[in-house]
Design a protein around this ligand. Structure first.
Ligand code: UDX
Ligand code: UDX
Length: 464
């Protein structure tokens, strides 16, 4: 059977949280394109071919199934993929550097550069390279320099197209994005490449939501967007500490300020701290960039957001300690939720991990419960000994526990039978609501000692 002829061949290198869903959406919306996703990890590629995808994302499996084998393909053959594609999206990981210059702050670009060199080595025709991973400003230009050093007479245009999808809502974010940002050189060939990428997204996204700019503005906008979002959380979290001191309720404060349309009501939920693979990494990247250009005051301003986030999880554990009579040694503490947010199995940079480590330093017996993230939790904590229990069922996790600590805002925790949980726990039974998702007054009536974030605690037993 002759191979079906497609209008264009698109490739994505990196079949992770970003690459997989992005390309599945493009394939779904653009049946006229052949979309191939490659990755160096054979195991991951094999999983993309099954119904047990390597990542959990609501709606993703249905999307993948709608086009897999028709115009969406997964493969480990990176070289073949490069050769046959005109447009190459790159979404390999760019973790924070752990060594040398910029360690702990700047992005580790080794996979990125290796990918650029692979493209250069294998290519036999002109290509548009789409920078989908989050990268330091001016990486697109640097990449173009590497690629232009070819003796094959080939032309490579590097376009920045940062992702703004949030986990748990990635499919909705891809289908109806607030905006898609496409940054290119403003030369004739750069503008042509920009148009080619605009044309892909224009298959389903209104033109008014397709924003174009130069490469540096686009790269910087990604870092700034995540830093602004994280800044809002650290701002409200810092105020939650004050609320607890002055008997204010952070939810009421958030509601009151959020009604001001200039402030807006989103991203004002006080919490045990933000997590996820992007926020901390991107802020530190911004900090490093500022330091590199001698903007020390600006760097310190943004670094404060990460400091408040660390402070918030430390504060959460301090609250637990203080409430539980300054000792949690050998006490069973059921941690409800380990994913960095609800509706994902992802645990990267989750506040639950720092809380667990701090509880373990106090020799507590931690029982981790989560509907989707137990596997990742086990992996994250594999070096932390056998004194951690994993129990998907929250009722079993809390049986005989001295305390429940909510770390992730899964809906499931809102509707548990707290009377039953209370009955099966040691007394006094404590609840630390690190997400403010529960009905605190009702829990207090049941008998719990209730410690929300940014609200005065509800306690039966008061010391003078
Ligand atoms: C990553 C970055 O962390 C983020 O900054 C960026 O915005 C997008 O890419 P994510 O998709 O969440 O985000 O990462 P991950 O799930 O780890 O996926 C990256 C994939 O690239 C992995 O599957 C890895 O195996 C693959 N990879 C990495 C390659 O195929 N080749 C390499 O050389 C390196
Ligand atoms: C984020 C950005 O939203 C997205 O645009 C970008 O492309 C990648 O990084 P993500 O990390 O998936 O997405 O999740 P997000 O919904 O932004 O939440 C990040 C963290 O902040 C989570 O731990 C979440 O629980 C926490 N959060 C969010 C709060 O603590 N309070 C809030 O009000 C909102």
């Amino acid at each position: 059977m002759a191979e079906k002829k497609f209008e264009r061949n698109l490739l994505c290198i990196g079949a992770g949280y970003v690459g997989g869903p992005t390309m599945a959406m493009i394939a779904h919306k653009c049946p006229q394109y052949k979309v191939t996703v490659v990755d160096v990890m054979a195991e991951k590629i094999a999983a993309w071919q099954t119904d047990d995808l390597p990542i959990y994302e609501p709606g993703l499996l249905e999307l993948v199934k709608s086009c897999r084998g028709k115009n969406l393909f997964f493969s480990t053959d990176v070289e073949k993929g490069i050769k046959e594609s005109e447009v190459i999206f790159i979404s390999v990981n760019t973790p924070t550097k752990t060594f040398g210059e910029g360690a702990g702050k700047s992005a580790d670009l080794q996979y990125w550069e290796k990918t650029a060199r692979d493209i250069l080595r294998v290519s036999e025709s002109d290509k548009i390279i789409v920078e989908r991973s989050t990268l330091p400003v001016k990486t697109a230009i640097a990449m173009e320099r590497i690629l232009s050093l070819n003796e094959k007479g080939l032309n490579f245009e590097v376009v920045s197209n940062p992702e703004f999808l949030a986990e748990g809502t990635a499919i909705r974010d891809l289908e109806k994005p607030d905006r898609v940002l496409i940054g290119s050189k403003e030369t004739e060939s750069g503008l042509k490449a920009r148009q080619a990428i605009v044309d892909i997204y224009a298959n389903w996204i209104p033109k008014s939501n397709l924003i174009t700019s130069n490469q540096m503005s686009s790269e910087l906008s990604k870092l700034v967007a995540n830093s602004f979002l994280a800044q809002r959380i650290s701002s409200i979290n810092s105020i939650s500490a004050l609320c607890e001191k002055v008997d204010a309720d952070v939810r009421e404060v958030a509601n009151a300020i959020g009604k001001d349309s200039r402030i807006g009501d989103k991203f004002l939920n006080a919490s045990v701290g933000f997590g996820g693979s992007c926020f901390k990494k991107d802020i530190l990247n911004l900090v490093y960039l500022c330091e590199t250009y001698g903007l020390q005051d600006v760097a310190e301003y943004w670094e404060g957001i990460v400091k408040i986030n660390d402070y918030q999880s430390t504060r959460f554990v301090q609250t637990i300690m203080k409430a539980m009579f300054n000792t949690i040694t050998n006490k069973r503490i059921a941690l409800f939720g380990f994913a960095f947010k609800a509706n994902t199995s992802d645990t990267r940079e989750t506040a639950a991990l720092s809380v667990t480590k701090k509880l373990m330093m106090e020799k507590a017996h931690v029982v981790i419960s989560d509907p989707k993230a137990i596997k990742n939790a086990k992996n994250d904590l594999k070096d932390y000994g056998d004194d951690i229990e994993y129990e998907e069922d929250p009722y079993k996790a809390a049986k005989g526990a001295h305390a429940i600590a909510i770390a992730t805002e899964w809906d499931l925790y809102k509707t548990l039978d707290y009377e039953k949980l209370y009955h099966d726990m040691e007394k006094p039974a404590f609840i630390f609501d690190g997400r403010n998702i529960l009905d605190h007054e009702k829990l207090f009536e049941i008998g719990f000692e209730v410690h929300p974030i940014g609200r005065p605690p509800l306690i039966h037993f008061k010391e003078n």
